[in-house]
Design a protein around this ligand. Sequence first.
Ligand code: GTP
Ligand code: MG
Length: 495
Amino acid sequence: MNPALADQSDTTATHTDSFADLDAEVDTVGTDYDGDQFDLADRISLRRVAGMSTELTDITEVEYRQLLLEKVVLVSVWTSGSQADVDNAMAELKLLAETAGSQVLEGLVQRRDRPDPATYIGSGKVSEVRDVVVATGADTVICDGELAPAQLRNLEDRVKVKVIDRTALILDIFAQHAKSAEGKAQVEMAQLQYLKQRLRGWGGNLSRQAGGRAGAGAGIGGRGPGETKIETDRRRINTRIAKLRRELRELDSTRETKRAERHRHQVPSVAIVGYTNAGKSSLLNRITGAGVLVEDALFATLDPTTRRTQTADSRDYTLTDTVGFVRHLPHDLVEAFASTLEESIRADLLLHIVDGSDPDPQGQIEAVREVLRDIGAAQVPEQLVINKADQADPATLTVLRHQFPDALVVSARTGRGIDALHARIEERLPRPGVEVRAMIPYERGDLINRIHHEGEFSTLEHTGDGTLVVARVNEGLAAEVNAYRLSEGADTLVR
Ligand SMILES: Nc1nc2c(ncn2[C@@H]2O[C@H](COP(=O)(O)OP(=O)(O)OP(=O)(O)O)[C@@H](O)[C@H]2O)c(=O)[nH]1
Ligand SMILES: [Mg+2]
């Protein structure tokens, strides 16, 4: 082992590997055993060494952490779980980094009981990361997880390139993908909230300043030329957040109007939720022919799309495609996307789509359910739908079927299982609550039409006096149909 890499201060074993050999054996135990590390030179000889390093000379350049990811080194701390878990997590981080537009040069994993409070990875390992950064010409280090501002700062000071965490990475992907005014405002707000906590020097500096100024007699609001950049930035950020919040409230009221409209007509709603890239948009397209963007990319969909469609027995319902979830979805994002996510909370049924071909579908299910709990949608009835059956390992499908007996197995691509899915949606949609018996005159064809879309017929008979109807309808429609009610007591409230 290269002595320069030996780290006496770390008591945990480390495994360092590149993505080319993520499958390599990892040693698991040992206190000061540092793992079967490849000699750095060997490791690097396997990869293209980038010609130039974009080292930052002035640390203030990274102050704002505006991301321009190009050549990155991934760093992760492996605290629990199996080798497969850590591989999956690293593979996902790699996919996220690539989705953000960067080229991944190396993946480094350190096994520790918990991340180092000061530097995330063991402080001794930091110089190893620095070596890799220099040797590969990486310009960014991405850490898996959400790091404390001080951890980011310490790491950045020592590896001397930009260091970002998984949260910032996800925020960046969202920023790149946001298209609608609402989506853009939501992402910007989340980014600003994140940034606000991470202005360099924030904290100590400010209190010193405030004390100094108070002593000099400057009152609250009397911020003059003497204020620090950090303070100015913080105020600018707060002003911007307040403005975004107002904008979002306005945008939300438009959505609220539409939602109220649907509610008045009591159209049942189904929301498609699930892990990112599970095939939610594909399924919306398959069911409604919506033509929504489908992409083999994480977070392709950020704006909810709602389509009206029908069950086989002609009842209308709406189907909404939503933003995908991911493990450890940044809390600021969940908060900023609250209005978008509300579509799910208010739905009558959630179609929870799972990618059956993923290495860890159970992990995806758990992560999605966690976010659902977080946004208060845990009470909404959920239908699990295992997608990509055409691509999934049959053995995995068998296990999933066993574990989740009510789940449906489908393929949005081939159409397999879609009929059963239609039937299941029909079965689980809330039924209209009022049964009516009425003789509807022929000039009220509009009522028949509405019952067709909003209710369920059990009898529909054309007679000399009009159309004899026995049906279940919602309360609003029942009030109108009641004008032609056949006999007292024939309609009963059945809830
Ligand atoms: N083999 C196979 N691929 C599928 C299936 N359904 C979707 N895909 C592919 O999976 C990728 C993601 O599909 P999307 O429908 O965009 O997934 P999504 O859940 O909407 O993803 P985000 O909006 O990014 O969260 C695309 O490349 C699809 O073509 C399926 O049943 N089988
Ligand atoms: Mg999508």
